[in-house]
Design a protein. Structure first.
Length: 164
C-alpha cells in the first residue's frame, strides 16, 4: 500500500488445519471444528465477530455434518454460503475458487448469490435455509469472513479473513 497499490479482497488473519482420517468423504465432528477453532484463535477473532461463513458443501451426505459443525462453533447471526453447486467439484482448486468468490463479494459489502433454490435443499438442512445466502445475494454486516475447505480422508483447512 505504501507503493500506491490497493488491496483487493480480504486480508487473511488466521489459518487452521487438521487431519483426522475419520472417513474417506464424510467429515467428522471433531476434525473440522479443530480447524475452525484454530483459525479463529490464530486470527484473534471471536466466533460472534464472523459475519459470513463459506461451507465446502459438496452436495453429499457430509453437508449435514458440515452444517452441524458450523452451527456448533458460530452464532446464529453468521450468514452462510456454499458455492460447490456453482463451481462444481474442481478437486483441490475448488476451495480457492470459493474463497475468491467470497472475498470479491464481501470486500464490496455484498455476499454474491448462491445458485440454490429452497426445493433443492435436503430436508435436514431446510430449517436452517434462512441462514443460507440465496439467489439474490445478501448485504453484509461486519468485517470478518471465514471459509472451510475439506478434502478426502479428513483433511480440513480453514481461513479467517477481514476486509482491508
Amino acid at each position: 500500500m505504501a507503493k500506491g497499490m490497493n488491496p483487493l479482497g480480504l486480508e487473511i488473519l488466521g489459518v487452521g488445519l487438521s487431519s483426522d482420517a475419520d472417513h474417506i468423504i464424510t467429515p467428522s465432528q471433531e476434525g473440522p471444528r479443530v480447524a475452525i477453532r484454530k483459525a479463529l484463535s490464530d486470527a484473534g477473532i471471536e466466533p460472534e465477530d464472523v459475519a459470513t461463513w463459506d461451507m465446502h458443501a459438496t452436495a453429499t451426505p457430509g453437508d449435514w455434518s458440515e452444517l452441524q459443525n458450523t452451527l456448533a462453533v458460530l452464532p446464529g447471526s453468521t450468514a452462510i454460503t456454499a458455492r460447490k453447486g456453482t463451481f462444481g467439484h474442481g478437486m483441490s482448486v475448488c476451495g480457492g475458487w470459493e474463497l475468491t468468490a467470497q472475498h470479491l463479494g464481501f470486500a464490496k459489502g455484498k455476499l454474491l448469490p448462491v445458485n440454490l433454490a429452497g426445493d433443492e435443499v435436503h430436508d435436514q438442512i431446510r430449517p436452517y435455509f434462512c441462514r443460507i445466502v440465496q439467489d439474490e445475494g445478501h448485504l453484509t454486516k461486519g468485517d470478518v469472513a471465514g471459509k472451510i475447505n475439506m478434502g478426502v480422508g479428513g483433511i480440513n483447512a480453514c481461513a479467517i479473513c477481514r476486509r482491508w
